[in-house]
Design a protein around this ligand. Sequence first.
Ligand SMILES: [Zn+2]
Length: 313
Amino acid sequence: MSNHERNKKMLLELLKQPDNSRCADCGAPDPDWASYKLGVFVCLTCSGIHRSLYSRVKSIKLDFWEDEHVEFMKSNGNASAQAMYEKAVPVYYYRPQENDCVVLREQWIRAKYEREEFTGETKYPPLSYTTGFYEGMLWKKGKENTQFLKRKFVLSEREFTLTYYNKENESKGPKAVISIKDLNVTFQPEKIGHPHGMQITYQDFDHIRNLYVYHESPEEIVTWYNAIRAARYAYLKTAYPTGSNEELIPKITRNYLKEGYMEKTGPLQKEPFKKRWFILDSQNRKLFYFKGQLLKPTSGIKDELPRGVSTAD
Ligand SMILES: [Zn+2]
């Protein structure tokens, strides 16, 4: 047997170990790429991110492997990398899954291996999302047009609020003070039309409202996401003091089960069918519909109100 064949066989054996049978970074099953710098087995998508950072990435099946690199994979692997690089991941920190967008995966990989944020060593200054307070500028979509405007946002874990201002200074007071209590945040790059597009959904009396924001910096937008998650987690700990992490973590933020256009008619079924944007939310099993995907107003008023709210069952 040639070295080439023998090495490939050894790598395929390593992939059978339970920890190596899922991507080290997103958990996708049957990874067939590997980083021989870090000694981790990863999926095709995550391998592309690793390659862009330091290039020492190979396909298990297609590439030729040197003996020393196979030995390195053998003495490392996903379990030992996890023990080192994920030693101290905050419970609220979002771990991307196989269907998540690029910005979430890329920042997770960078935070883990490049910035070594989770190795358990104390950082100075402390990482922004761990301090309970965060402020900065975000591009926010205007209500009446598709233009994004720079707005100041302030997150306070002590007050359990997310505040934003209409002007770049705070002299006119806040435009909105949003309670963390009913807030959800998800990445929606395609819907918003920006790779870092993030949707903030909240309850305002009887209405569901959405804010569409992004930041040019991928690190900054993911910091915002995890800072909001940290505040949500702190809120849930206060609201449900006996709740276990297992119960609370899925409640921090949630991705919607399904979103898309459907045609609907009125209750009497006499009205013509109209195109509406529907969102199915696992929380309270609600189905919402809006006039448009980004709630672009057709009448110019009440553009952020949902057109209807009904339970999904
Ligand atoms: Zn992956």
